[in-house]
Design a protein around this ligand. Structure first.
Ligand code: 73E
Length: 831
């Protein structure tokens, strides 16, 4: 080892690292107040205290991060890269404190300085660079990779604006405001890398040379600059990296135009470069074919691959060993352009022959599919691709010719060939990204058993016939128990630790250890403690609602929660129709009868895509129904309904631990996995749900008697839809209770009924998501929930059993599966 120049002894003392005793911590925080923030210590507010604490914690992260990255460089293990357009990280400070093992000390430190850690943590804005489950999954996977000391980096985009902020207007509709998450002052969790930049080309022309090579030139070039976010592992020094790209104009602005006095034109080109990473697209499960979205996808994959390639080349290995050092996971089809881009690099820049390049590429990539909904399958118009990415379009056509081999394998089956084609015929022709991702990857996986089976039997069926079944596998999603148990529910984590007589780290690193709780299911003292924690979490939620919305909640009622993106397939409409049905039933009762009813509070939260009319109408109906129901003196003590605006990771952290029951009620076969279902169960909430996604595997673990299942099964759905289409029975005959609910809404019981006609008609007419088919069994399931809740001891036992059996759903298990079965990487850590 070479020592830096100068006095070795001085260096050694200086390099000793940070002290983490409480006096050193307070000193470091105060130093940051005075120097980094340039603020006076005597008029520091919570925000200032947050910023100083964050900078102080960050110092620790940076040291660990440096050591880890240096170790990776020296040791040169095979690495995996997780390419995701979305990383829904939420807040960082609390998580960093937990993972570093410094939470108690900072608590004490800031207390000595006159602050309360909880209040400081509340100052942080969420990093909300994602829409929902897909983005949050990516965040959980980063936590698990670092915690298991796996050499994994994330790559994404540094959007200036994350998912929009949701407001509720006077008429109850969703309004959207931008989310300027970076305008809180400097973001302490990211390190701008002025020296890590790549040029990315768009448009221009591709000229074929001899053979398969080409030169791509002209067009527009923009610069990608890296921002690094440190990802600390839990109970380890290992600290991984999430690298997010920002787009910038190549030269500040076009000097020539500027000098010629054409100011407008000069800033125009700089604006168009900066536009690429300005905002996260707020749609999930729909594609719009927008040019800017395609630009985002290419900008990000090109910068990430250039970076990966530079790192690989620094190893000095022959290019043929690329897949021995690099595995790349494609999070859905969004990064599929990485496949033709890597082909372009190999062929045009590295002189690799076409067939050899294809071998390397197909040994590098792995593809995860997250949905089988047809509207979510990405397709890009050929003319758009040809203009924006002419060289990639050539390569895609070249890959397309591989399909001649498909024809040979299935001679005469022209339909099959057409279905497997990379190009969908039509005006215009379209490139099918899922097909490209499949044939360019070593393996394809779905995110829960049922979903992976649907991938094999529906969207990828022809490819299964061609490649064989072993290419198509399953990795059931998981969640990180650090954030979704210890951080969001510290009381429960503490109780578990005391009961199992284990340090928290034991079960936070091996969630199967929770099974030890099964021994205590019948212990009345433990049951009492368990119930008391649920109660205090309900009060914490009630406090939040009271302080933010000014509403008073009955914390002695059962808390029933549905929180997720608004989407017809997730059937929030089924839930609200069920609530209205309950309300009407209560109104039919005598006051005496009402006294026997189990009081219930129903919570909804979730955002609708700004252009999704029916989803927005659903929000409007929930909000307006809540106004009527909550102010009805006859029922308000036994039924309350709330729509909590602006759902976020941080709001989920308050809602989930407070839930008695949560709803996961998608039409069978439509929700690929769901991940909040796992979070609720881990926190001792029970599920009412359809036989769909990960609900099925949760029931396998906890036992079907601990889950409230209802509704038709996946194989029935297709037939039922066919019947609805061609042999429709009027809703009055098919499902009178639901018909009554719709009529009451129509008649204006919750405000002008005509507003809701388009929403009601989706049920009355095609009923594509089969509400009329599942409504009766849904109401029955909720009836069983009420009955079960009456026997509180039995309920608590179910709650304990459920939580105890969540081991499988740790994202540590999921990441180990990817590491071993897909990426072929191993744990490695400094020292
Ligand atoms: O079931 C969830 C799943 O738990 C699924 O709907 C979601 O991914 C979660 C994690 O696997 C998902 N999001 C998207 N597709 N599936 C999506 C599609 C397009 C844009 C953004 C997100």
């Amino acid at each position: 080892e070479k020592w830096p120049k100068g006095d070795e002894k001085v260096w050694r003392t200086a390099l000793r690292g940070l002290d983490t005793d409480v006096p050193s911590i307070t000193k470091s925080v105060v130093n940051h107040v005075q120097t980094s923030l340039a603020r006076q210590a005597y008029n520091l507010d919570n925000l200032g205290a947050y910023q100083a604490a964050a900078l102080s914690v960050r110092d620790n992260l940076i040291l660990n991060w440096n050591d880890t990255q240096m170790h990776y460089t020296r040791k040169a293990p095979k690495r995996a890269y997780y390419l995701s357009l979305e990383f829904l990280m939420g807040r960082t400070l609390d998580n960093a404190l937990l993972n570093l093992g410094l939470k108690d000390k900072y608590q004490e430190g800031v207390h000595q300085l006159g602050f309360n850690l909880e209040d400081i943590l509340e100052q942080e804005r969420d990093a909300a660079l994602g829409n929902g489950g897909l983005g949050r999954l990516a965040a959980c996977y980063l936590d698990s990779s670092a915690s298991q000391e796996l050499p994994v980096w994330g790559y994404g985009l540094r959007y200036k604006y994350g998912i929009f902020q949701q407001l509720i207007g006077p008429d109850g509709s969703q309004l959207e405001a931008p989310d300027p998450w970076l305008q809180q002052g400097d973001n302490p969790w990211e390190l701008p890398r002025l020296d890590v930049t790549y040029e990315v080309r768009f448009y221009g022309h591709a000229e074929r040379l001899d053979g398969m090579k080409a030169i791509w030139s002209g067009g527009q070039e923009v610069v990608a600059m890296a921002y690094d976010t440190m990802i600390p592992g839990y109970d380890t020094k290992s600290t991984n990296n999430l690298r997010l790209w920002e787009s910038k104009p190549k030269r500040g602005f076009d000097l020539q135009s500027f000098n010629a006095g054409d100011y407008e034109r000069a800033v125009e080109s700089s604006n168009s470069a900066e536009a690429i990473t300005s905002v996260l697209y707020p749609n999930d499960h729909t594609t719009f074919g927008k040019e800017l979205r395609l630009k985002q996808q290419y900008f990000w994959t090109a910068a990430s691959l250039a970076d990966i390639m530079r790192r690989f080349k620094n190893l000095g290995k022959p290019i043929t060993e690329f897949p021995d050092y690099v595995a790349i996971q494609l999070n859905d089809t969004h990064p599929t352009l990485a496949i033709p881009e890597l082909m372009r690099i190999f062929i045009d820049e590295e002189d690799v022959p076409w067939d050899a390049a294809w071998q390397l590429v197909t040994n590098t990539f792995f593809f995860t599919n997250h949905t089988v909904l047809p509207e979510a399958l990405e397709k890009w118009p050929v003319p758009l691709m040809q203009s924006l990415l002419p060289r990639h379009m050539q390569i895609i056509f070249d890959i397309h010719y591989l399909h001649v081999a498909v024809e040979k394998k299935f001679p005469g089956d022209r339909d099959k060939f057409a279905r497997m084609s990379l190009i969908e015929e039509g005006y215009p022709q379209q490139v099918r990204m899922a097909n490209l991702a499949c044939i360019g990857s070593r393996k394809v996986n779905g995110v829960a058993e049922l979903h992976s089976e649907l991938v094999r039997t529906t969207i990828m069926k022809d490819f299964v016939d061609y490649y064989g079944i072993s290419k198509f596998a399953n990795v059931t999603n998981g969640i990180t128990p650090r954030r979704w148990l210890d951080q969001c529910n510290p009381g429960l984590s503490k109780l578990i630790s005391e009961t199992l007589k284990l340090p928290k780290a034991a079960f936070l690193k091996d969630l199967f250890k929770l099974e030890g709780l099964l021994k205590f299911v019948d212990d009345p003292i433990f049951q009492k403690k368990w119930a008391a924690i649920k109660q205090s979490n309900k009060e914490r939620l009630a406090h939040y609602v009271e302080t933010t919305l000014g509403l008073k909640i009955n914390t002695h009622a059962m808390f029933d929660v549905q929180i997720k993106r608004l989407h017809e397939y997730k059937r929030q409409t089924l839930n609200i129709m069920g609530v209205i049905h309950r309300y009407l039933t209560l109104k039919d009762m005598t006051p005496e009868q009402r006294k026997t009813v189990n009081p219930k509070v129903v919570f909804f939260a979730g955002k609708a895509a700004p252009g999704y009319y029916i989803a927005k109408l659903t929000i409007r109906l929930i909000v307006n129904a809540a106004r009527i129901i909550n102010s009805d003196p006859e029922t308000k003590d036994i039924l309350q309904l709330y729509f909590l605006p602006d759902y976020s990771v941080s709001l989920a952290e308050v809602l989930i631990p407070a839930s008695d029951i949560s709803q996961h009620i998608s039409t069978a076969g439509t929700e690929a996995s769901g991940t909040s279902n796992m979070k609720f169960c881990l926190n001792g909430g029970l599920l009412v749900g359809t036989v769909d996604g990960a609900n099925i595997e949760i029931a396998e673990e906890v036992g079907e008697n601990n889950v409230f299942f209802f509704g038709h099964l996946t194989p029935a759905v297709e037939d039922l839809r066919y019947q609805h289409m061609y042999h429709a029975v009027p809703i009055e005959q098919k499902c009178p209770p639901l018909a009554r609910v719709l009529n009451e809404v129509s008649a204006g019981r919750f405000g002008d009924g005509s507003v809701y006609e388009p929403l009601l008609n989706t049920i009355r007419q095609h009923d594509y998501y089969l509400l009329t088919e599942d409504f009766d069994s849904y109401i029955q399931a909720l009836q069983l929930v009420d009955e079960a809740y009456q026997d509180r001891t039995e309920w608590i036992k179910k709650s304990i059993r459920t939580s105890a059996k969540m081991g499988k759903f740790s994202s540590d298990r999921a990441i180990q599966d990817y590491a071993q079965e897909y990426w072929n990487i191993e744990s490695t850590k400094p020292e």
